[in-house]
Write a protein of this length. Structure first.
Length: 644
């Protein structure tokens, strides 16, 4: 999710092409140019869209079909009008026509909802054509926002439903008519208006609006300010700022590349000035930004989608996700500390560091919307109602400063940023709904789970490896939401069938969907950071991957040892958490190659092996890991003769 006020990643540094982010939409597509009348229509549209979701957040959503079709049709219509403004004459005319047509399915369902319910199963010709219009519009919108990969998958799913009778067992089926396919996708909650769009139209929409408000009013900058005040005087202070601000900011905005573009423009140059190599500075920012979506309480859009898929309450999901996220950021913090010692990074001069006490007194009130949000969530309010109160609190508190006061221009920018942030999520959810609908209609989802189990030979480790590779490959071409939605239907059932706890299975596929942001050769977050630092993109992505290696290992840990998800006996949970933190610190020593001095290759390999053993569940592996980790480091300390 991106913000219209945020610089594009590729524009932040000279000599690099713009970075194409599958989680973002260019301002060109959002009506930054074109005829005045189209820009006015877009402006009115984004305001109406934001007000609709604010209204339903407070008073409660409409019926599922009505709420979801307004959400999908509305955002597609805004996109088409906005994109038309930046297009040639013929393309502009076709997009305007499509924008008008895509409003018809929403009008029909809202005005004829009772009739649709009473005649369920009987599809009229009018309903079929309206369904075709909505499906086509979703495919076009997904192509404009995300690109071809998800569209191609959806087209293959449609073709499979229509022509599956020509395929051999076990994947073949009897085949379905066009009317049956369109009816299933358009008039039920198992197709494009299914669970994913339901989450986007309620929970996600209101939290994207909340994040957009914090960004456009400047209240979100307070995260960077407090991080700077807390850590600026330490060696490597700017890197700590990058980690803290990216964790907080990324949890709200939900996009690794947007996170780099927003916080990296401040932190990366500052890291370089204090002594970090440009490549290392970019890698730190990329690794930290790619972890924002795993950090509670908001976790981008993932937590709300998990609520819909698993049925686990929101508060429980963020509780399960907390310690794995802290483990990841603990590893990044350790890498920052070790790189600071390795590169002899100097602290920032005292006059350049804001005073924490003064900042707390003068601007600390700007942090209150987040604890207010948590209070209502923990008190049992629905996430969208809690989000509504957080938005009201943010609007009220922003009035106290001229720099953040919500002027009409800022409010319009907030509505525009909300739509920009929702575009990749809503289109991915709707397009994935086509795939999910065809899987449920044909029963292929259940067959695939069995095929995965068979392909793994019943081995959980092999199944996890297959899942991890699939997640990373899909993550290279799809936004995180799209990867999660597909794998939640295709793979998660197979993992739970093999005995993996439900929340562990869903967090596993989510983590690996995020890994691609820093995994060569397509590491968008690392490439965006490299553009700002003017470093080599490939080398930057390799270093970012090493810093974020915990994200590769931790999912295996919580599958085999769900104690770090707070599942199990209290004593076992405490032991697992403590040993895991020791393990990630040792892992950072191995990947950085520094502890009181440079580590040789053989020491790094041994410490890395010990760190993995330390994170594995069980006291026996901990007892084996401790001497494996400690011995090479003690020998190194004696070699450099440096006192403790």
């Amino acid at each position: 999710m991106n913000d219209s006020t945020s610089p594009a990643a590729g524009e932040a540094g000279s000599g690099h092409p713009p970075i194409e982010d599958p989680d973002s939409v260019s301002e060109k597509q959002m009506g930054g140019r074109g005829p005045l009348i189209l820009r006015i229509i877009v402006g009115v549209g984004v305001v109406a869209f934001a007000l609709f979701h604010l209204y339903t957040a407070y008073y409660g959503p409409y019926t599922a079909l009505q709420q979801r079709v307004v959400h999908v049709s509305g955002i597609c219509a805004i996109l088409f009008i906005a994109a038309a403004g930046a297009s040639g004459l013929w393309r502009r005319a076709s997009l305007i026509v499509l924008a008008v047509l895509v409003a018809l399915p929403a009008l029909y369902i809202c005005l004829n909802y009772q009739e649709i319910i009473e005649t369920a199963g009987i599809v009229t010709e009018r309903q079929m054509w309206l369904g075709v219009i909505l499906i086509a519009a979703i495919l076009v919108a997904t192509r404009l926002v995300i690109g071809w990969p998800l569209v191609i998958i959806a087209l293959v799913a449609l073709a499979y439903a229509a022509f599956g009778n020509y395929l051999p067992p076990p994947i073949g089926h009897s085949g379905y008519s066009v009317e049956r396919i369109v009816s299933h996708l358009f008039l039920t909650t198992e197709g494009v208006l299914g669970t994913p769009v339901g989450a986007s139209a309620t929970y996600i929409a209101i939290f994207v609006l909340f994040g957009a408000l914090l960004q456009t009013t400047g209240m979100g900058d307070i995260f960077i300010g407090f991080g700077h005040a807390l850590t600026g005087r330490k060696a490597g202070g700017p890197a700590y700022v990058a980690v803290i601000s990216s964790a907080l900011f990324g949890s709200i905005n939900g996009s690794a590349v947007a996170n780099v573009a927003s916080t990296g423009t401040f932190t990366i140059p500052l890291m370089i000035r204090t002594g970090y190599k440009p490549q290392t500075a970019a890698a730190i920012e990329a690794a930290a930004s790619s972890g924002g979506q795993i950090m509670p309480p908001i976790m981008g859009a993932a937590a709300f989608l998990m609520v819909s898929f698993t049925g686990i309450p929101y508060v429980e999901i963020i509780g399960h996700a907390l310690f794995p996220a802290l483990l990841y950021f603990g590893a990044v913090f350790a890498a920052v500390q070790l790189h600071a010692a390795k590169n002899h990074v100097r602290p920032i001069s005292a006059e350049d560091v804001p005073d924490f006490k003064h900042l707390l007194i003068t601007r600390g009130y700007m942090l209150l919307p987040v604890p207010i949000l948590l209070y209502f969530l923990l008190d049992g309010y629905t996430p969208y109602r809690a989000g509504f109160y957080a938005i009201v609190a943010a609007l009220f508190l922003s009035m106290f400063s001229k720099e953040s006061r919500p002027t009409p221009k800022r409010l319009l920018a907030t509505c525009r940023a909300t739509v920009m942030g929702l575009l990749p999520v809503a289109t991915a959810c709707a397009c994935a709904g086509i795939v999910i609908g065809m899987l449920t209609l044909t029963g292929l989802g259940l067959k695939l789970s069995g095929l995965i189990v068979d392909a793994s030979g019943g081995s959980l480790f092999i199944a996890l490896c297959l899942t991890a590779v699939t997640s990373i490959v899909l993550g290279m071409g799809l936004p995180t939401v799209g990867v999660y939605l597909l794998l939640a239907v295709l793979v998660a059932p197979a993992l739970t069938q093999m005995g993996v706890p439900l929340i562990a299975a869903h967090l596993f596929i989510f983590y690996y969907g995020l890994v691609s942001a820093i995994t060569p050769p397509v590491a968008l977050a690392a490439y965006a950071a490299a553009a700002i630092a003017k470093s080599r993109p490939l080398e930057t992505s390799v270093e970012a991957f090493l810093m974020g290696l915990a994200k590769v290992i931790v999912p295996f840990i919580f599958v085999y040892g769900p104690q770090i998800l707070l599942i199990g006996e209290p004593v076992d949970i405490v032991i697992a958490i403590v040993s895991s933190f020791v393990g990630v610190y040792a892992l950072s020593i191995a990947t950085t190659g520094w502890w009181r001095g440079p580590l040789s290759i053989w020491r790094r390999v041994i410490v890395c092996a010990g760190s993995v053993a330390m994170m594995m569940p069980g006291v026996l592996t901990d007892l084996i890991a401790i001497p494996v980790i400690v011995l090479p480091l003690v020998l190194l300390r004696e070699a450099v003769r440096e006192p403790a």
